[in-house]
Design a protein around this ligand. Structure first.
Ligand code: AHM
Ligand code: MG
Length: 339
């Protein structure tokens, strides 16, 4: 069908090019990088879609740096990301959930300005059941100046990200990203193989429609967290009159749904260990940037996720993310219970 207006056909490529014109000093290096991420995710999308047909379902037989069993598709997605991006001169280094060490490249002068972090296939424990999974990315400009990046280039707080986003492999494949100028979503048209702008300037609706957490962990939460969860789910009053529980167990999918419907997602700390499950650098910082750009926010219960100074690449932190009102309410519940 031919629809009217050039905007109907705005592709990820043209959107990135238009964004680039907002930065007259830009030489297109960063835009190329984003485009290339688009390509990597198209390849992963095709693998995910054919997963039942080719031998990529099931466990790889190895355990990753997190101590988690790797699925074959985790390994495949990681390889695709590396092969598609590793050679690019603007990338000084990258880190992924699947590898303990970050990879550093020695580039020519004036190159290697960015470091990129990925969760190549988030939510992959769901993959054999055909549940939506995703790829998450985070891009920082390097702060070191030598020929090779250093660890501190990766250990930057999330508010310094120059771009972040995810791709959700669901009933359709969507690329959602921000460069700090709003959140934009593109749906992959499988017939032409292009991401087409379908969700311009996404804003999280000002209502708490969904409450998302892994409820089987309830007994492990601290008092403030339990009270907050009970209040949102069971008070059935005012703003929470129509709240509903929704949890997929795939961060990208849970976050994406709440971004579009309004609500709050949390993966709080285990009260005994004080530790969260989700990883700061390649899971939470990117989605926190998207949340803020869409009018929401994200916190570890005490401070903004984007203000946390990372200390290690695979650091895990607790999180509550979604509408501002609920995230602030969570902080208040936690504070009151600690007084
Ligand atoms: P993964 O990166 O190994 O897939 O793990 C992260 C996933 C998130 O997508 C999701 O929010 C969370 O783990 C679900 O954890 P749980 O199964 O404990 O509810
Ligand atoms: Mg993950």
């Amino acid at each position: 069908m031919i629809t009217s207006g050039w905007k109907d056909f705005e592709t990820l490529e043209s959107h990135i090019a238009r964004e680039q014109t907002m930065h007259p000093e830009s030489r297109g290096v960063f835009s190329n990088l984003l485009r290339r991420i688009g390509l990597a995710t198209k390849i992963i999308s095709s693998k995910v879609q054919r997963a039942g047909l080719v031998d990529v379902l099931g466990k790889e037989g190895a355990v990753n740096v997190q101590g988690e069993e790797q699925m074959k598709l985790d390994v495949l997605a990681n390889e695709v990301v590396k092969a598609t991006l590793g050679w690019m001169p603007p990338i000084g280094g990258f880190g992924t959930e699947e590898e303990e060490q970050v990879t550093l490249f020695e580039r020519h002068e004036g190159e290697g300005q960015y470091v990129v972090m990925f969760d190549p296939l988030d939510g992959s424990s769901n993959i054999d059941a055909n549940v939506s999974v995703g790829t998450i990315f985070s891009i920082h400009r390097r702060i070191s100046t030598g020929p090779k990046p250093e660890l501190r280039d990766f250990l930057q707080p999330g508010h310094r990200q120059v771009a972040a986003g995810y791709v959700i492999y669901g009933s359709s494949t969507m690329f959602v990203y921000t460069t700090g100028r709003g959140v934009h979503g593109f749906t992959l048209d499988p017939e032409i193989g292009e991401y087409i702008l379908s969700h311009e300037n996404i804003r999280i609706p000002d209502r708490c429609h969904c409450f998302s957490s892994n409820d089987s962990n309830y007994s492990k939460w601290d008092e403030g967290t339990k009270k907050f969860a009970d209040h949102i789910r069971y008070s059935k009053q005012g703003r929470y009159a129509n709240v509903t529980s929704r949890y997929i167990g795939s961060l990208v999918s849970d976050f994406h749904r709440n971004l579009l419907y309004g609500g709050v997602f949390m993966y709080p700390a285990d009260a005994k260990t004080g530790k969260g499950k989700l990883r700061l650098l390649y899971e939470l910082a990117p989605v926190a940037m998207l949340a803020e750009q869409a009018g929401g926010t994200a916190s570890d219960g005490k401070q903004r996720i984007l203000d946390i100074q990372p200390t290690e690449v695979h650091q895990r932190v607790p999180v509550v993310i979604g509408n501002k009102e609920e995230v602030e309410l969570y902080e208040e519940f936690v504070r009151k219970c600690q007084e």
